[in-house]
Design a protein around this ligand. Structure first.
Ligand code: BJW
Ligand code: ZN
Length: 244
């Protein structure tokens, strides 16, 4: 049983505007390795170096192998109770915004209606050169990465370090963060910007800030309430309290 403080329970019940930012930790209990996990097969590579434009320019084959490996994992997993608890929260609040850094579609597959995907989606492909969507199959076993009609190589439709986030999604996420009464940062290391600025924006504008994580992050000291533990257990318990 989590000991929820009274001030948190009061705002949990009274808030009309709620915003949530999720990171890789929420999908961990589904079986998706987190971004900074030292995952067996790819442990000799630093994900922070693979998820870059430069890595794709230097070695597109290697980058594609990493994404196809991860796609394969994601295709084989299901949303977990943490994802489902957020679906319940969306039903419960008049104004609820779910912002995710994840590219795995698990929030939508759980049933969340409105999801702001900050870092794109691993299931989609686009042209490295002109950005046009690409619907064909990808297989890079023979070293042949498909090309767009403009000649550009096809890449996953995700946001790499040094790239801009989708503008409208980013604006909506910051607007929700600045207007919310209650902000949750769930399963993210709170290291990658601009996502990591969103809880700070919320706090600066008067929101009550809650973090759910297995370990403290750079955000923890600024939080009104830090809940230490797995999101797949914490969030369902919190939603149960919301229904009391
Ligand atoms: C659990 C759990 C359980 C585990 N329950 N918890 C300002 C300051 C400093 C730097 C910058 C800045 N602004 C921009 C930058 C540069 C850069 C950046 O932030 N660098 C920092 C690393 C220093 N940002 C960018 O480049 C961004 N672009 C940008 O800002 O454009 C404008 C610009 C351009 C050029 C110059 C300057 C500005 C783009 C960032 C794109 C990030 N993309 C990635 C890859 C996506 C595709 C893919 O998946 O391959 O997104 S990187 C990676 O990190 C991925 C993730 O979405 C993201 C965040 O990771 P996340 O989700 O936090 O995962 P982890 O693994 O780090 O943490 C998991 C957490 O869960 C841990 O805390 C666990 O404890 C916890 N956990 N199990 C609860 N069961
Ligand atoms: Zn193109």
């Amino acid at each position: 049983m989590i000991d929820f403080p009274d001030d948190f329970l009061t705002i949990l019940h009274s808030a009309r505007r709620v915003a949530v930012l999720t990171g890789a930790g929420i999908s961990k209990e589904s079986g998706v390795p987190t971004f900074r996990d030292k995952d067996g097969l790819w442990s000799k590579y630093d994900p922070q170096e693979l998820a870059t434009v430069q890595a794709f320019r230097d070695n597109p084959q290697l980058v594609w192998e990493w994404y196809l490996y991860r796609r394969n994992i994601i295709d084989g997993v299901e949303p977990n109770p943490g994802h489902f608890a957020l679906v319940e929260m969306e039903r419960r609040y008049d104004d609820f915004t779910l912002i995710t850094q994840n590219v795995d579609s698990l929030h939508r597959r759980a049933g969340s209606q409105k999801v702001l995907e900050l870092h794109g989606n691993i299931a989609r492909n686009k042209c490295f050169n002109c950005g046009a969507p690409y619907e064909g199959e990808i297989s890079v076993e023979d070293g042949e990465i498909p090309c767009c009609s403009c000649g550009g190589r096809i890449r996953p439709d995700v946001v790499w370090f040094g790239e801009m986030l989708p503008e409208q999604v980013l604006n909506e996420a910051f607007e929700a963060s600045s207007q919310t009464e209650l902000f949750f940062s769930i399963g993210t290391s709170a290291l990658v910007h601009p996502a990591a600025s969103m809880p700070l924006t919320a706090k600066r504008n008067g929101a009550y800030l809650v973090e759910v994580n297995l370990e403290p992050t750079p955000l923890t000291d600024l939080c009104d309430f830090f809940i230490h533990g797995p999101s797949g257990e914490i969030l369902p318990e919190m939603v149960a309290r919301l229904s009391e």
